[in-house]
Write a protein that binds this ligand. Structure first.
Ligand SMILES: [Zn+2]
Length: 289
């Protein structure tokens, strides 16, 4: 059996995607319907997937919900891992390391360079003992994704040389670079105008295949821009609201009209369609599991 980190589920899913030339979706979910929708879509498309939570879930639902998600994900007929997105607080990282996560993303973007390295390395060192892999962000992405502070400063882009040094010093497994991508809505002109592709290409070249890149800031993002990112080293692509539109519409229309059982079954169906569309049409991960 492979040793850490090769034996880690997220590591396998991401590196298989990298080698196979496709991307894997990191789908942010908030409830059991979200968990079931991603699993249903992944099984139907024969696609690997990642289900991810914000620390909000750790506090609202509690760690038992992560255990539930991990159990149903591991019972699926395709590889699905459980991931924690944007762990800002050291106390949340401590809690996450006791939960059933395959991987966690530590967000030390609020610290200066040295503080970020120290924070991320302390988590990486402890995660290793638990068999958990770690994603980190370098540079700073603006925006107000759920639970994230809105930063008024200009975006701080990731420096390619610093990125390589950061990976070396922290031992982090996956990196979310900042190259003009933002959390939450893009300013006028969208990602097409704000992404610095030359920067992304340099970051990818500096890190090579050993450290796959993660695309944050995909709300909204055209299919074409996701493909632009994939062609420049993005292997994991985070998805939040975009795949839930059909789910919200179904609930808004039917919540007072049908039984709760029907509502849940049909809402999960609508949700999974949004997930499937990306797996088939954009990520090219369908048929890869
Ligand atoms: Zn993010």
């Amino acid at each position: 059996m492979a040793a850490y980190p090769e034996n880690n589920r997220t590591w396998q899913i991401i590196h298989n995607a990298r080698k196979g030339g496709y991307a894997v979706g990191g789908f942010c979910v908030y409830n059991a319907e979200g968990v079931l929708a991603v699993i249903k879509a992944a099984e139907r498309c024969r696609s690997p997937a990642m289900i991810q939570f914000f620390p909000w879930t750790l506090h609202f639902h509690g760690p038992a919900f992560i255990k539930y998600a991990a159990e149903v994900a591991r019972a699926a007929s395709v590889p699905i891992s459980i991931h924690l997105d944007h762990c800002l607080k050291p106390s949340d990282a401590d809690l996450a390391l006791e939960c059933a996560f395959d991987s966690i993303m530590v967000d030390g973007s609020m610290y200066d360079e040295e503080g970020n390295i120290k924070y991320v390395k302390s988590v990486v060192d402890r995660a290793k003992d638990k068999g958990i892999t770690v994603e980190a962000e370098l540079g700073r992405m603006e925006g107000g994704e759920d639970g994230l502070p809105t930063i008024d400063l200009e975006s701080v882009f990731t420096d390619p040389d610093m990125a390589a040094d950061f990976v070396k010093k922290t031992g982090v497994h996956f990196l979310a670079p900042s190259f003009g991508n933002v959390h939450g809505p893009y300013p006028a002109g969208g990602a097409e105008k704000h992404w610095r592709l030359d920067r992304l290409e340099k970051i990818h070249a500096a890190l090579g295949d050993a450290t796959p890149l993660v695309l944050h800031g995909t709300h909204p993002l055209s299919d074409e821009m996701i493909r632009v990112g994939m062609a420049r080293g993005m292997v994991k692509v985070n998805q939040n609201r975009n795949v839930r539109n059909g789910y919200h519409e179904y609930i808004a229309e039917n919540c007072t009209k049908v039984e709760l059982t029907t509502l849940q079954v049909e809402a999960v169906e609508a949700y999974s369609k949004g997930v499937e569309r990306l797996m088939v049409e954009v990520f090219d991960s369908a048929g890869k599991a």
